[in-house]
Design a protein around this ligand. Structure first.
Ligand code: B12
Length: 217
C-alpha cells in the first residue's frame, strides 16, 4: 500500500468515526517509519476537516462530530509519544500555560500545540478546556509562566481570548508574559485587535512563533 493510500484510509477512519481503526492506522504509520506529524497532517487532519464540513452542511449531526473527535483523539494518542521522542530538546526555552478558553470544549488542536511545544523544549502546563479567564491568571501566577497559549474554535468563544488578556492586565501580570492565540476561526488580524503578541495557524507554526516570542529563534 502506498503512503497516499494509507493517508486516505486514515481520513476515512475519522470520517467513519472509528477510533479502533484510527488507532490501528496510526500504529501502522509508526511501523512503516512515517513521520507522526506527516500522518497527522496528511491523514487524520483532512478527515476531521471533512467531518467539520459535513457537519456544517447538515449531512452530519452532533454525534458524528463527537465520534469523529474521539477517533482523532485516539490516533493522536498513539502518535504523541513518537512526536515527543523525535523532537526532544533539553534546554527549557520558556514556561507555557496553555488552554482552551471559557465556553469552548475543543481540545484536539490545543493538545497538539501543547505536545509540540513540550517536544521542542518548552515546559508546558496544559490547563485543559473551558478555562475561565481567572483560572489562566492563577495558572500563570502559580507556574511563573512567561508564555500563554489561548485556543478557541468557536466564533463565539474567541471573544474570551480578549477577556483573558484583560484579566492578565487587571492582575498586573500582562507584561510578564507573551500571549499567543490560535484556533480555526482565529486570524493574525484578530490577534492584533485584541492585543495578543503572536498567532499561529497550526502546531508547527506555534513552535516557531513561541520561539520567536521567547527570543530563541
Ligand atoms: C471535533 C469537533 C468537535 C468535537 C470536539 C472534540 C474534542 N475532544 O476536542 C465536539 C463534538 C465536542 C464539538 C462540539 C461542538 N462543535 Co465542534 N468541531 C469539531 C471539528 C470537526 C474539528 C476540530 C478539531 O479538532 N480539528 C483538528 C485540530 C488538529 O485542528 P484545530 O483544532 O483547528 O487546531 C489547530 C489550529 O487551529 C491551531 N491551534 C489550535 N489551538 C491553538 C492555540 C494556539 C495558542 C495556537 C498558536 C494555535 C492553535 O493549531 C492546531 C493544530 O494544528 C471542527 C471543524 C474544524 N474543521 O475545525 C468543528 C467546529 C469547530 N465545531 C463547531 C460547532 C458549531 C460545535 C458545537 C457548537 C456543536 C453543537 N451544536 O453543540 C459544539 C461546541 C461545544 C463547545 N462548547 O465547545 C463549528 C464552529 C462554528 C463556528 N465558526 O463557531 C465547527 C467549525 C464545525 C462546523 N463547520 O460547523 N466539536
Amino acid at each position: 500500500m502506498s503512503n497516499e493510500e494509507l493517508f486516505a484510509q486514515m481520513a476515512q477512519a475519522i470520517i467513519d468515526g472509528d477510533p479502533e481503526e484510527a488507532e490501528a492506522l496510526a500504529r501502522k504509520a509508526i511501523e512503516l517509519g512515517i513521520e507522526p506529524l506527516e500522518a497527522i497532517n496528511k491523514g487524520f487532519t483532512p478527515g476531521i476537516n471533512k467531518v467539520g464540513e459535513l457537519f456544517a452542511s447538515g449531512e452530519y449531526f452532533l454525534p458524528d462530530l463527537v465520534i469523529g473527535g474521539e477517533a482523532m483523539k485516539a490516533a493522536i494518542a498513539v502518535l504523541e509519544p513518537e512526536l515527543v521522542k523525535r523532537q526532544e530538546e533539553r534546554s527549557v526555552l520558556g514556561k507555557v500555560v496553555i488552554g482552551t478558553v471559557e465556553g469552548d470544549i475543543h481540545e484536539i488542536g490545543k493538545t497538539l500545540v501543547a505536545t509540540m511545544l513540550a517536544a521542542n523544549g518548552f515546559q508546558v502546563k496544559d490547563v485543559g478546556v473551558d478555562v475561565a479567564a481567572e483560572d489562566f491568571v492563577t495558572a500563570v501566577q502559580e507556574t511563573g509562566a512567561n508564555l500563554v497559549g489561548l485556543s478557541a474554535l468557536l466564533t463565539t468563544t474567541m471573544l474570551n481570548q480578549r477577556k483573558v488578556i484583560e484579566a492578565l492586565q487587571e492582575a498586573g501580570i500582562r507584561d510578564q508574559v507573551k500571549i499567543m492565540v490560535g484556533g480555526a476561526p482565529v486570524t493574525q488580524q484578530w490577534a492584533r485587535e485584541i492585543g495578543a503578541d503572536g498567532y499561529a495557524e497550526d502546531a508547527v507554526g506555534s513552535v516557531a512563533v513561541a520561539k520567536q516570542l521567547m527570543g530563541a529563534s
